[in-house]
Write a protein that binds this ligand. Structure first.
Ligand code: HEC
Length: 110
């Protein structure tokens, strides 16, 4: 019985260690699947599900080719003042916004 308890505690500690390891890992890396979903669902709610335009303009690769990557990242982070384009800084890190900028301009790039 005592051996059983010790085993149980060991297992719980292992679970906690595994949990800490994965959360620390997640905080430092991008989650491309989650970002792709965000682009489709959140950006898509204004720019259209296929991003070809709706309330907001077309943001498919052909339409964004002229944007400097840094400027585009800035638009995503800070929005466009006095328009419906909201700032995403509260929800995204700079790395994530830059990932989205690259993804929008070149969806095939990894
Ligand atoms: C609430 C609606 C809304 C949401 C959500 C939204 N946008 Fe916009 N976005 C707009 C509008 C409206 C404009 C046009 C603003 C203007 O008049 O210049 C715009 C403009 C832009 C532009 C500039 C396009 C150009 O050619 O000038 C980019 C890039 C852009 N949005 C990207 C995004 C991305 C990426 C997301 C998701 C992270 C997003 N938007 C979410 C409404 C939205």
């Amino acid at each position: 019985m005592q051996a059983g308890t010790a085993l149980g505690t060991g297992k719980a500690l292992l679970t906690i260690a595994a949990f800490l390891a994965t959360t620390a890992f997640a905080a430092e890396t991008l989650d491309p699947d989650a970002l792709r979903r965000l682009v489709q669902q959140d950006c898509g709610s204004c720019h259209g599900l296929t991003l070809k335009g709706g309330l907001g303009p077309d943001i498919r690769p052909e339409a964004l080719g002229h944007f400097d990557r840094e400027v585009l990242t800035g638009v995503i982070l800070d929005g466009i003042p006095d328009t419906a384009m909201p700032p995403w800084r509260p929800l995204l890190t700079e790395e994530e916004a830059e990932w989205i900028a690259r993804y929008l301009q070149d969806p095939e790039a990894r």
